[in-house]
Design a protein around this ligand. Structure first.
Ligand SMILES: CCCCCCCC/C=C\CCCCCCCC(=O)N[C@@H](Cc1ccc(O)cc1)C(=O)O
Ligand SMILES: [Zn+2]
Ligand SMILES: [Zn+2]
Length: 458
């Protein structure tokens, strides 16, 4: 590693404002600077003969780490260097200061997802400095536009690897965490490895009416009609799909961690399912686990204070439950709106992702589980689950059927809110543990079948 300390490399990374503002608005200067930055702080990664580095889509990075045993199928680690915007207001410290204070590194990207970019490269740097040569080849793909689709980063890397005939044993990306404090009465943390992710629809609703003078308004305007339509959608939740998916399995695995009577209730979901599903939907975070969510995210109408608006538009972001499809959700939406003056334009849509295996033969899942048990011995439960957000990994389904979304970090409801919110921060200890996790994971992945103990200790 260069002259910077272990956490110094992260503060430097946070300082570079690699913001994805909108569909075509990225900070190219910052992204270029970020590329230079990783070269400077991880010199060994960039000069090792068996590590190949390529820049894809101008600002994404693909590393190919050649293993010594070509019979082992390669895997891939993902992360992204872009971040969502961060207005200064409300932050304890400016979001791009990268300040380290009271044992925390503060700033946009400390949890999503520069922590992973830096931890992956830092773990590799440390391994290479110890003359480590992997048996199993692996790729590291660092996207630069995950927050606005991944079309120029992940999608291009995926196409390139496919053209090269690469098939992967598994992929590990950001996503779920070791969850702490999300379930009332459950004091112990538990790790959820996401084996699928929800689908998504960005739907624009539009109403056109005849413009005119505001002094003699019609009974209804485009704004009024549209507002009523979106309000109906907000007030009519999509059906509760509890029981048809992975959550039931997750809760059954958690059951014995709860005190009486919750342990009995969760062990008998055949009887208490309706009760549990009602409790889950009361909290807005856990609600996202049982249904397709409806978020009104943009509204635009009106041209002048005294003109009846000719057009009103709203964008609604749905996250599609794994038990439903985009088509099913769109049908429900049309029935709820039930107004033929409202036009529907699907801006983008993706069905929920396939479910990756989590059985005893699932190499990627078992390696994650093994490494969680080693690095976080206090975590008793490791269970498969659903990622409620979308990740770059969705662009790689052509390369593998085994995609796991897991950050080796603790997350509580407050830190969950800081992701895309304010006061995003990571403790120095958590970051160091993430490096340790990846350091061990890479070595554990050298196994040909059964996981084996790693060679180097940090
Ligand atoms: C019993 C279990 C209780 C579990 C409680 C649930 C806790 C949730 C924990 C973690 C979820 C954090 C999800 C983070 C990953 C999301 C990454 C992200 O922000 N992706 C963007 C990608 C995107 C998609 C579409 C776009 O047009 C732009 C960007 C996202 O918005 O999903
Ligand atoms: Zn992210
Ligand atoms: Zn994000």
């Amino acid at each position: 590693m260069g002259r910077k300390s272990c956490t110094g490399v992260v503060t430097g990374a946070i300082h570079i404002p690699t913001v994805s503002f909108g569909p075509k608005e990225i900070n190219t200067t910052a992204l270029a600077e970020f590329g230079e930055y990783i070269r400077s702080v991880f010199p060994t990664v960039f000069k090792t003969s068996f590590v190949q580095h390529e820049v894809i889509g101008e600002y994404s990075h693909l590393f190919t780490v050649q293993g010594s045993d070509p019979s082992l199928q390669p895997y891939m680690l993902l992360a992204h260097s872009d971040v969502v915007p961060a207005p200064d207001e409300g932050w304890e410290v400016p979001p791009f200061s990268g300040l380290e204070r009271d044992g925390f590194i503060h700033g946009r990207g400390t949890l999503d997802n520069k922590n992973s970019v830096m931890a992956i490269l830092q773990a590799l740097e440390l391994l290479l400095l110890r003359n480590y040569i992997p048996r199993r080849s692996f790729f590291i793909a660092l996207g630069h536009d995950e927050e606005i689709s991944g079309h120029n980063g992940a999608q291009k890397i995926s196409a390139l690897l496919q053209a090269r005939g690469v098939q992967l044993a598994f992929i590990v990306d950001e996503g779920n965490f070791i969850l702490d404090g999300f379930i009332p009465n459950l004091k112990k943390p538990f790790a959820i490895i996401a084996v699928t992710e929800k689908g998504a629809i960005n739907l624009m609703l539009q109403v056109n009416t005849t413009p005119g003078h505001s002094s003699a308004p019609p009974k209804e305007t485009s704004i009024g009609i549209l507002a009523a339509a979106v309000s109906r959608l907000e007030q009519t939740p999509m059906p509760n799909m509890f029981g048809s998916g992975l959550l039931k399995m997750t809760l059954q695995e958690l059951a014995h961690e709860f005190p009486f009577p919750t342990n009995i209730i969760l062990s008998n979901l055949w009887l208490f399912g309706p009760l549990v599903s009602r409790l889950i939907e009361r909290n807005y975070i856990t609600n996202a686990l049982v249904r397709t969510t409806t978020a009104l995210t943009m509204f635009n109408a009106g041209v002048k204070v005294n003109v009846i608006p000719p057009v009103a538009q709203a964008i609604i972001n749905f996250r599609v439950d794994p038990a439903q499809t985009v088509q099913e959700v769109l049908e429900l939406v049309k029935n709820i709106v039930a107004d033929n003056r409202v036009q529907f334009h699907v801006l983008s849509a993706i069905d929920p992702l396939p479910v990756s295996p989590s059985d005893h033969q699932a190499l990627g899942y078992q390696l994650l589980r093994q490494t969680i048990r080693s690095v976080f011995p206090e975590v008793n439960i490791v269970a498969p689950g659903v990622c409620i957000g979308n990740t770059d990994s969705r662009h790689y389904t052509n390369l593998t059927t085994s995609i796991y979304r897991f950050n080796p970090l603790y997350l509580n409801p407050q830190s969950f809110q800081s992701i895309h919110g304010i006061n995003e921060k990571i403790s120095v200890r958590a970051y160091e543990t993430q490096v340790k996790f990846i350091f061990e994971f890479i070595q554990n992945a050298d196994t040909d079948q059964e996981p084996v103990p790693h060679l180097h200790e940090l």
